[in-house]
Ligand binder design. Structure first.
Ligand code: ADP
Ligand code: MG
Length: 225
């Protein structure tokens, strides 16, 4: 599904405050795998995830997602791949607070070229189906600011999978949740994985990491395990 080879990433490249956050990261994740990425704060986990999500580029190395070489692509092509192949879930949910759950899930559907060809009514059906998958159908018309943390995270997951991406990435998705809600959210990720999605979860929580098939550890910008 994804293959990184010797990825180097520098923030503020060429400036006096330049900082090399990844020093040559190589990793491979197969189709349908569920992988945890662990490491201390500042190790480079989010940097790595942003590259995997095609949100950020890199200085050197190669990144291939689903057979496509990123890096040599234009910003526009990268955005298209991001939309089509990747679903990203942030720790702080990154939902539009004034919108309902349904409106939030419809955002990527209104965006994606492929989905846009569908009628609005069909897109709405798709969004409702996604909310159903995360057991949030009955909250579809609630403004998300009225939802609990676990419910918001479910909506964020529904939004991330709306375009049926093959790759689901999550940056500390349970970091703000209590342990019971964490278990419930992990069940949602495991179910997605069972339905064939490749899942990568950045986490600090050993209990979360242990539920994945494999644990990759990153330390000071290099993979240690
Ligand atoms: P983690 O997610 O593992 O906590 P990050 O990937 O966020 O780590 O950060 C890795 C390193 O890169 C840290 O030292 C951080 O300070 C630095 N860094 C992250 N983002 C930026 C940025 N936009 N500009 C400069 N340095 C950054
Ligand atoms: Mg981080």
């Amino acid at each position: 599904m994804v293959k990184l080879e010797n990825i180097v990433k520098t923030y503020n490249r060429g400036r006096s405050n330049a900082f090399e956050a990844l020093h040559g990261v190589s990793l491979e994740v197969g189709d349908g795998e569920m992988v945890a990425i662990v490491g201390t704060s500042g190790a480079g986990k989010s940097t790595l995830l942003h590259i995997l999500a095609c949100i950020d580029g890199y200085d050197s190395g190669e990144y291939v997602i689903d057979g496509e070489l990123i890096g040599r692509l234009s910003e526009r092509k990268m955005a298209a791949i991001r939309n089509e192949k990747v679903g990203m879930i942030m720790q702080d949910f990154a939902l539009v607070e004034g919108f309902t759950a349904l409106e939030n899930v419809m955002i990527p559907l209104d965006f994606a070229a492929r989905a846009r060809r569908k009628r609005r009514r069909d897109r709405r059906e798709t969004a409702l189906k996604m909310l159903e998958l995360v057991q949030m159908r009955e909250f579809a018309h609630k403004p998300v600011n009225n939802l609990s943390g676990g419910q918001k995270q479910r909506v964020a997951i529904a939004r991330a999978i709306a375009n049926e991406p093959a790759l689901v990435l999550a940056d500390e998705p349970t970091g703000a949740l209590d342990s019971k809600t964490t278990r419930e959210i992990m069940k949602v990720f495991r179910d997605l994985n069972k339905r064939g999605k490749t899942v990568l979860i950045v986490t600090h929580d050993q209990a979360v990491a242990k539920q994945c098939d494999r644990i990759i550890e990153i330390s000071d910008g290099v993979i240690v395990e």
